[in-house]
Design a protein around this ligand. Structure first.
Ligand code: PMT
Length: 408
């Protein structure tokens, strides 16, 4: 049996920037080609000081792309076409200067323009002196790029070209090939899956200045949306009012009340394969909305509440509806309440979390989830919500595939 590499026939742009590690990129390009990848090389002017374009042209059999405003290059494969052609772009080596330009969103050369114009997954392999790497400016640029979805491969620690020892060496070509393979495998794990996730609180207005809300920050739901997009899913995020920016590659629909959320979910639910309800939807709303600000008046005020629709239940009740995952926020008897919600709402899976404690739950960057389904369960221990979201999706995909193909 011939085992095919995930890189086989993949369109990969290797972008080389000005760093002494540029010489290693020649071997990187060769190794990618050996595994069946179609490689095109983009170089910055700085990179050309370290290695000649001729080397990459000979290794790839393709012209090397250097200038943004080169009419002959634009006539063959222009920057937008290149951006569309790429299945992934790996910037190796990524110099401190290039990281800063990318973080600032500049488009002053071919490489930075490509990165703005592509929807392909992007990776950086930093290479620089250890103090440059440690510098707060570089660290904040890398963090900014990671928030935008860039994958950071390395750097490694060790002896540097400048004679110093520390973190800043570019990963070896074989390690980069491995990292890229993992990235492309992950990027297609949920390819073709339409996933909808709800996140955040809902606000139930009392009058023009007051509302009933809750402490949900949206972090859990947004982490699930980001992780699913990272795995290649087509993601719709229906979000209550939160202070978070929508993750890259996710379609975000902003709503306010439970009824807004229900309308939005139901109008986009057709064709959704997996529905995950991480939102803390208000169970009740004020029965009447006062058009005018309610005056302080008496020392006691009565507020009459009406039950909101249960969005999760409505989705789970659909004939041929999606694989449905609910959350259960509980302060006590967590398993018992979660399991009864699983059965009562006819869910495929429920994720129980303990709230009101000192760690995890609402607002925190961390959480722990106990997953339950008919006949089974799995515990995901306390960890960052970003990591937890990935672990949750692995479990969801396993159960989803089992549901559509029980023989698996
Ligand atoms: O947003 P964070 O600050 O990161 O916090 C994360 C979280 C604690 C909000 C999240 O992990 C969580 O537990 N979300 C569900 C909270 C909740 O409303 O739980 P519940 O047990 O009351 O509801 C059960 C399920 O029914 C939930 O999936 C909920 O989205 C859904 N529901 C509830 C009421 C309603 N009217 N419609 C619904 O769809």
């Amino acid at each position: 049996m011939i085992l095919m590499s995930v890189l086989d026939k993949k369109h990969i742009i290797v972008a080389v920037t000005g760093s002494i590690a540029a010489y290693k990129s020649a071997d990187l390009v060769r190794q990618l080609g050996t595994l069946g990848a179609e490689v095109r090389v983009v170089m910055t002017r700085g990179a050309c000081e370290f290695i000649t374009p001729m080397t990459f042209q000979a290794l790839t059999g393709n012209p090397v792309h250097i200038d943004l405003l080169d009419s002959s290059a634009e006539a063959s494969m222009g920057h937008i076409e290149l951006a569309r052609w790429a299945d992934t772009i790996l910037i190796a080596p990524a110099s401190a200067n290039t990281l800063a330009r990318l973080a600032a969103g500049m488009a002053d050369d071919l490489l930075t323009t490509l990165c703005l114009a592509t929807s392909a997954p992007l990776a950086i392999a930093p290479a620089m002196n250890r103090l440059m790497w440690q510098n707060e400016a570089t660290q904040s640029n890398v963090a900014r790029l990671q928030r935008r979805g860039y994958n950071c491969l390395g750097p490694a620690s060790g002896e540097q070209a400048c004679g110093e020892v520390g973190a800043g060496r570019m990963l070896e070509p074989a390690e980069l090939v491995d990292g890229l393979s993992r990235l492309l495998t992950a990027a297609s794990a949920m390819k073709g899956i339409k996933l909808m996730v709800t996140a955040g609180p809902t606000y139930e207005d009392i009058d023009p200045v007051r509302y009933i809300g809750n402490r949900s920050s949206g972090k859990m739901g947004y982490a699930v949306a980001a992780a699913a997009a990272h795995l290649g899913a087509d993601v719709t995020l229906v979000s209550g009012p939160v202070a978070l920016a929508p993750p890259p590659g996710v379609q975000c629909k902003k709503v306010r009340s439970a009824r807004d959320m229900q309308r939005c979910v139901l109008s986009h639910i057709a064709d959704v394969d997996i529905f995950i309800a991480a939102a803390a939807v208000a169970d009740f709303r004020p029965t009447t909305f006062s058009e005018q600000k309610i005056k302080k008046g008496e020392s006691e005020q009565l507020l009459t509440l009406t039950a909101n629709p249960d969005i999760l239940r409505t989705v789970a009740d659909q004939v041929d509806g999606p694989f449905t995952v609910g959350f259960a926020a509980e302060t006590q008897a967590v398993e018992q309440y979660a399991r009864s919600k699983l059965v009562d709402k006819k869910l495929d899976m429920i994720c129980a979390n303990r709230v009101g404690g000192t760690e995890g739950g609402f607002e925190s960057d961390k959480n722990a989830l106990d997953l339950y389904w008919q006949g089974g369960g799995e515990a995901l221990p306390m960890g960052k919500k970003t990591l937890l979201a990935e672990q949750l999706l692995v479990a969801v995909m396993r159960r989803y595939q089992y549901k559509i193909k029980p023989s698996n």
